[in-house]
Design a binder for this molecule. Structure first.
Ligand SMILES: [Zn+2]
Length: 294
């Protein structure tokens, strides 16, 4: 089942903006990469919400990789899953796979845990798709006046115009993030790897991402789409309060360790900028006393 969801943003009674996403829920198993952050948490909540609204038989699963230098992802992810379970008692919840990884292997270990969990679910039977709440960076034009000196600290692989090479059906294609994610959202859905025996499935998954059904419902939009849906569904305080977006180092996160956002890192600024835009206040004003923003 394809769900089209929309969040309309007003400033008082003036229509300001409209955010549209598509969620593909046509699977027996939906596996979500949960980082404990706002993006994956609202995605998990929205999948449960639409499964519930439409009486779907889809089971929701999660996986979380714990970065050794930021040992909090699983704590926030678990709180979010417990909350979503209590909100939607009629929805079926499955596994939450967690593994710890050295910082240097974080991305690779996360991908590996995703494949492994997806393969295990496929082996049990039924169709499987994975979901990621990744968003794009805002444009330079929007970002530089807000982030100021911190703008250069962004993960440039989330820039819309980052060029990558992907082997699709034997043809190497140069494309930017937006092209890739559009392609991933549409063509990858047709893959039928889940019908293959596990070993073959794993080999196909390793050899060619085409066999791995993945959905990135926020991926051609920036963080404001995430806050737009927190606003639409009234989840900023309840669900949002269980999440952590800060990626600052341990020395900037207060006592007890990691109990406070640093108000300095790229991600703290991103969250405040997006929240300010959607809830109609001025981000530069609200961040004026944050460190490093003279
Ligand atoms: Zn931070």
């Amino acid at each position: 089942m394809i769900i089209n969801d929309k969040s309309i943003i007003y400033n008082k009674d003036v229509l300001k903006d409209e955010w549209n996403i598509t969620l593909n829920l046509g699977y027996d198993h939906a596996l979500v990469g949960m980082s404990g952050g706002m993006d994956s948490s609202i995605l998990f909540w929205m999948l449960a919400h639409h499964i519930n609204e439409n009486n779907l038989n889809t089971t929701l699963h999660a996986y979380t990789c714990i970065h050794e230098e930021r040992p909090w992802q699983h704590i926030h992810a678990k709180k979010v899953i417990e909350y979503v379970q209590s909100e939607f008692p009629n929805v079926k919840f499955g596994v939450h796979k967690v593994s710890t990884t050295p910082a240097k292997d974080y991305v690779e270990a996360g991908t590996s845990l995703q494949w492994k969990t997806s393969c295990e679910l496929a082996k049990e039977g039924g169709t499987v798709a994975t979901y990621s709440g990744v968003t794009l960076n805002p444009s330079d034009e929007l970002g530089k006046p807000i982030w100021k000196d911190a703008w250069d600290n962004r993960a440039t692989n989330r820039d819309a115009d980052t060029i990558a090479d992907w082997d699709i059906d034997g043809e190497v294609i140069h494309h930017n993030n937006e092209d890739f994610h559009n392609r991933a959202g549409i063509e990858f859905v047709e893959a039928d790897h889940y019908r293959l025996p596990q070993e073959e499935h794993e080999q196909h998954a390793i050899d060619n991402n085409k066999y791995h059904v993945q959905h990135y419902p926020f991926c051609i939009l920036d963080k404001r789409v995430v806050l737009a849906f927190y606003k639409k569904y009234g989840q900023l305080v309840s669900l949002g309060g269980l999440t952590n977006s800060c990626e600052g180092s341990i020395t900037r996160r207060g006592e007890p360790k990691f109990s406070q956002p640093c108000h300095w890192c790229w991600w703290c600024i991103e969250k405040e900028w997006a929240t300010a835009y959607i809830f109609n206040y001025d981000a530069n004003q609200s961040m004026r006393n944050w460190p490093g923003r003279s």
